[in-house]
Design a binder for this molecule. Structure first.
Ligand SMILES: [Zn+2]
Length: 310
């Protein structure tokens, strides 16, 4: 699942590529993945023809002003006081194709980050929404598992969008101080809550998922299964200290291409090469040579070095 660095990579690329482009037409192949209005919940799973038609007609002629990120949500700001909110969930992808990229790739892309994955011509059966711009360029929204969603809201409805209300602080913002972090720690209700699960809770801190929680905890020297209530001030300070640098490193590497994450030109993020523990069970720790272990935590896997992490 794309996390803060991956979604930021997509947001920055789309912001650059889509700015001032005008939508000519929209094709929706999976109506249950789009919705209009703020009241819809995050897992929109009903198809409503009227709503789909409205989604399409409202978007035609709209100019893209900017594309930004909040937590793992992409926010497309449009000229007509409208926003498209997009959650990529597990396997959502955006490919932006203009004449130049089409000439380079022949319109074919790998949807998995494996060299043996077949090249797929877009639109494919996994392309669910297509934005055609008046200059001939195209934005494809692909999603193999179809958990992703798009919803169209008016600017004055943004404060009614539940996801946006519930997100915790942005870890890369100035507002995310050590005392903000400690407040979130103190508000943990269950003294059984594990630190990895805490870090991955978007209501506590926005945007950290499976990959980056593992990496942050490795650098902080804390095992993922430790209870939040057991952590010393020194350990909490170490975790806080590593959140920003680990996420910034992920953004600089253009994200981690594990699973289905690809950049908006179909290329891969490079962060995977720099993982110390995530996805490295059974391999040697890059710091001490011990074998990386894994532990199941609430349906997720936490990877850690038994020597470097206490
Ligand atoms: Zn180690």
């Amino acid at each position: 699942m794309p996390e803060l660095p991956e979604v930021q990579t997509i947001a920055s690329e789309l912001n650059r590529k889509l700015k001032n482009r005008i939508i000519k037409s929209v094709v929706v192949n999976a109506p249950k993945m789009v919705a209009v209005g703020p009241g819809t919940v995050s897992n929109i799973r009903t198809a409503d023809k009227r709503s789909t038609d409205k989604f399409i007609s409202l978007l035609e002629g709209e100019k893209v002003l900017s594309v930004q990120r909040r937590a793992k949500l992409l926010i497309f700001d449009l000229s007509g006081s409208l926003c498209i909110l997009v959650h990529l969930k597990m396997t959502g992808q955006f490919i932006f194709e203009d004449k130049k990229l089409r000439a380079k790739t022949g319109g074919k892309y790998r949807m998995f980050n494996k060299l043996y994955a077949p090249l797929v011509k877009l639109p494919s059966k996994h392309t669910h929404v297509i934005f055609n711009f008046i200059d001939g360029s195209t934005l494809y929204f692909n999603d193999i598992r179809k958990f992703g969603y798009m919803k169209l809201v008016r600017d004055d409805e943004l404060n009614q969008v539940r996801e946006l209300q519930e997100y915790g602080p942005e870890p890369l913002s100035k507002q995310f101080t050590f005392s903000t972090f400690l407040t979130a720690v103190k508000n943990v209700l269950s003294n059984k809550l594990k630190i990895k699960i805490f870090l991955m809770d978007a209501k506590k801190i926005a945007g950290i998922g499976n990959i980056y929680s593992d990496e942050i905890l490795f650098h902080a020297g804390v095992r993922p299964m430790r209870r939040v209530s057991s952590l010393t001030n020194k350990e909490l300070a170490a975790i806080y200290k590593w959140i920003k640098p680990v996420l910034i490193k992920g953004i600089k590497a253009k994200g981690s291409s594990v699973g289905d994450f690809v950049r908006t030109d179909g290329s891969w993020g490079q962060m995977g090469k720099f993982h110390f523990v995530y996805g490295r069970k059974g391999q040697k720790c890059k710091k001490c040579g011990s074998i990386i272990e894994a532990v199941k935590l609430g349906g997720r896997t936490g990877s850690f070095c038994p020597h470097c992490q206490k």
